[in-house]
Design a protein around this ligand. Structure first.
Ligand SMILES: Nc1ncnc2c1ncn2[C@@H]1O[C@H](COP(=O)(O)OP(=O)(O)OP(=O)(O)O)[C@@H](O)[C@H]1O
Ligand SMILES: [Mg+2]
Length: 260
């Protein structure tokens, strides 16, 4: 059984328009894999589809993980399989602290069919220790855990929460979509330091971005380029540098034969 995430000939419609057009991509266990591509090429569509968002209609293809086609699983089942999708959880929940939100996420993972939630829930003392250790390792201030989720988190704080969530849940395959163009250099560092710290050879990470900048901090093992709903190039970290230098038109020209 493979712990790689294998996407085969994936076709996805959004609002009745085909956005992903037969996409093939494998994220290997033990690698940080960056997907880059111009605006509108379908990167976020890919992330939402992996997450199981209902607006994204899969019309063809498969996504294999741990011997299952995850397209047949509910979002929470995907998560329990060890997939982490940062935006899967609503970040704005009134009256819920960061600590309680993360505890609920941990308990959702520990839940077992046919067992009472009280039986499987993490003991409070053990949870406090887990949270404290992870926050210390990420150099986060204790007060962060007591903040309420809806209390005006900045872009950088949302990123911190995402990283802390990942650190506590220890997923085996993480998908991160760095869409927020408002992120400043500090927030980019939080994300990249966090990913570098959490990453182990047992894990796979898919980082979606159009920032070469992010990849200065997170060192990807593999870089894939997405264009018009397909993966059109794959290379090593040097490909990201080449894209920063030359843009996307040269690839467009090579692949589609014009620079429209
Ligand atoms: N809910 C939606 N309704 C209509 N069109 C959509 C919707 N979501 C995405 N699209 C369209 O799908 C295409 C791909 O969008 P997507 O967000 O996946 O691109 P992206 O590669 O993530 O772009 P960016 O780099 O700007 O984040 C775009 O043309 C977009 O307009
Ligand atoms: Mg996007």
């Amino acid at each position: 059984m493979s712990n790689d995430l294998v996407i085969k000939d994936l076709r996805v419609n959004v609002a009745d328009k085909e956005i992903l057009k037969g996409l093939n991509l494998t994220i290997k266990q033990g690698t940080i894999h960056a997907v880059m591509g111009p605006n509108g090429s379908g990167k976020s569509t890919l992330a939402y589809t992996i997450a199981g968002h209902p607006n994204y209609e899969v019309t063809g293809g498969e996504i294999w993980y741990k011997g299952e086609n995850i397209l047949e699983l509910e979002a929470d089942e995907r998560s329990r399989l060890g997939l982490f999708l940062a935006f899967q959880y609503p970040v704005s929940v009134p009256g819920v602290s960061v600590a309680n939100f993360l505890r609920a996420a941990v308990n959702a993972h520990r839940a077992e069919e046919g067992k009472d939630a009280k039986q499987t829930a993490i003991p409070i003392a053990q949870y406090r220790k887990l949270l404290r250790e992870n926050m210390a390792s990420l150099q986060m201030d204790d007060t962060f855990a007591r903040r309420y989720l809806n209390e005006g988190f900045s872009g950088g704080e949302k990123k911190r929460l995402e990283i802390l969530q990942m650190s506590v849940l220890k997923p085996q395959m993480a998908v991160m979509d760095e869409t927020d163009s408002g992120l400043d250099i500090d927030a980019l560092r939080i994300v990249s330091d966090g990913v570098n710290k959490i990453f182990t050879p047992e894990m796979g990470v898919l980082v979606i971005t159009h920032y070469q900048r992010l990849l200065n901090y997170i060192k990807p093992h593999v870089v894939s380029v997405m264009m018009e709903g397909q993966i059109v190039r794959e290379g090593g970290p040097e490909l990201a540098l080449e894209l920063e230098d030359k843009g996307y038109d040269w690839i467009r020209e090579e692949v589609f034969g014009n620079a429209s």
